[in-house]
Design a protein around this ligand. Structure first.
Ligand SMILES: Cc1ncc(COP(=O)(O)O)c(C=O)c1O
Length: 443
């Protein structure tokens, strides 16, 4: 595990099953590299890629919308699935939801899936199914969507934050162990909330180090709830993410690898008793119907979304393969440049919800691509513990999360979609090459 945040690019070398690696198209980038001068180490004074031509080279913005492209590609099947639901007259917890739950569980290799209203609810309900609430504490990361932390707090539990591995951007098991030790030794005494669970996040579609995290969790008697909102179909040691923890939470937000056309989520588990609890919690704690046996909420996956998700689930493996193909093209384009690339681990099959590079010159690269009409995003610009709603409230082992905080300043998500066309990729390639030309990567 390295503490280096500006480590040399970790090249991914995985083979692309059926992927088309047009290295002759991309190889030209190698000629454009030159060393980054030491002066360029000061991003304020000499940010590269801020060349004077930016204002004059406004190109039409690339229109990249995963939900719109998804509808265009799968329109016929989606339209007929939606029409079927309208004809059925049943919109909540009907046969589409039951069928999707069965099919998604089979896809993941788990026994139970319970559809819920969204991914945030899925995390909250999974924690509550384990009995977690006020007076207890849950470990997670701050380099994630704020939803992860918000969901934990909604149970009434406290949040304890762990730093990340700077290569994978996921929970660092060593930091997890050190944080648990520090939390337990801290002078808060007996009144402090007891650690009950850990929520690793498979960020950007890259599996967290579950074998190591689970070993530590078992040592301390902690539940493991995977946040799989960005990792539908990602595998680790030939097992799907979502099939490792006590429970796992999925989001079907429209831009996800498996995305609905509205909100949606699911909790999955191999444990029948936990699945039953989740089922009760999502609908007022009803058992039997209209009699609340426990205090629940209303968080249901609706029939329209379930019907659409059934159509899209069939295409998920192919679409994840397309994402890997796009990632390989980026790898070839960016190999040997100053940008750090997503890592490869032999035991891992990531699904590239995002393709995230890092560089201290992130803002300049972003501005240069923007001027070329190439949209990029930052996931996430401010770590959760530094956001106004959370500042000073969450438990940190030391006063900061150094690797998380540097990552937030350096990460950039390049356009990633299974529907990216060769022409669109060519535009992106030109934009990146222009930036590399104007400031350079290594020779
Ligand atoms: C890592 C992560 N966790 C949780 C969520 C919450 O999902 P939802 O937006 O469906 O509530 C998201 C979605 O943005 C996410 O990316």
């Amino acid at each position: 595990m390295s503490n280096e945040t500006n480590s040399a690019p970790a090249r991914r070398t995985h083979d692309l099953a059926g992927g088309v690696l047009l290295s002759h198209e991309l190889g030209g980038a190698a000629m454009l590299r030159r060393p980054v001068s030491s002066a360029a180490a000061d991003p304020v004074q000499t940010e590269p890629g801020t060349s004077q031509d930016r204002s004059t080279r406004c190109r039409p913005r690339l229109a990249l919308s995963i939900p719109a492209d998804r509808y265009r590609v799968h329109q016929t099947a989606i339209d007929s699935a939606v029409a079927e639901v309208f004809r059925s007259g049943r919109f909540i917890l009907g046969e589409q939801t039951v069928a999707f739950e069965r099919e998604f569980a089979a896809f993941l290799g788990v026994d139970h899936c319970v559809g819920v209203g969204n991914g945030t609810d899925a995390i909250e309900i999974a924690l509550r199914a384990c009995g977690i609430g006020p007076g207890e504490a849950v470990l997670t990361v701050a380099h994630t969507a704020v939803a992860t932390v918000a969901a934990i707090e909604r149970t009434g539990a406290s949040v304890v934050l762990v730093d990340i591995d700077p290569l994978t951007f996921t929970m660092d098991p060593e930091s997890l162990r050190a944080t648990i030790a520090a939390y337990q030794a801290d002078s808060g005494g007996n009144g402090r909330p007891r650690l009950k669970a850990v929520v690793p996040v498979h960020l950007y579609g890259c599996p967290a180090d579950l074998p190591a995290i689970q070993t530590i969790a078992h040592e301390y008697g902690l539940r493991v709830i995977e946040d799989c909102a960005q990792a539908h179909g990602a595998m680790l040691e030939r097992r799907m993410t979502g099939a490792w923890g006590d429970l796992a939470a999925f989001s079907f937000y429209p831009t996800k690898n498996l995305g609905a056309f509205g909100d949606g989520g699911a909790v999955v588990t191999k444990d029948a008793a936990l699945a039953e609890q989740v089922g009760l919690l999502r609908q007022y704690g009803w058992k039997p119907r209209r009699i609340s046996s426990i205090r629940g909420c209303n968080s249901r996956l609706d029939e329209l979304q379930a019907a659409i998700l059934r159509v899209l689930l069939k295409h998920l493996p192919n679409e994840n393969a397309r994402r890997r193909e796009v990632a390989s093209r980026y790898d070839v384009l960016l190999a040997g440049t100053q940008l750090s690339l997503p890592p490869t681990r032999p035991s891992c099959a990531p699904v590239f919800h995002q393709y995230v590079v890092r560089t201290p010159y992130r803002d300049a690269l972003r501005a240069s691509l923007e001027a070329d009409g190439i949209p990029t995003q930052i996931h996430y610009p401010v770590p959760v513990h530094l956001q106004p709603a959370y500042q000073g409230r969450l438990f940190l082992r030391v006063s900061s999360l150094p690797l998380t905080e540097i990552a937030a300043r350096e990460v950039l998500s390049l356009p990633m979609s299974p529907y990216l066309t060769p022409d669109q990729f060519e535009r992106i390639r030109e934009g990146i090459r222009r930036w590399l030309n104007s400031n350079g990567g290594p020779e």
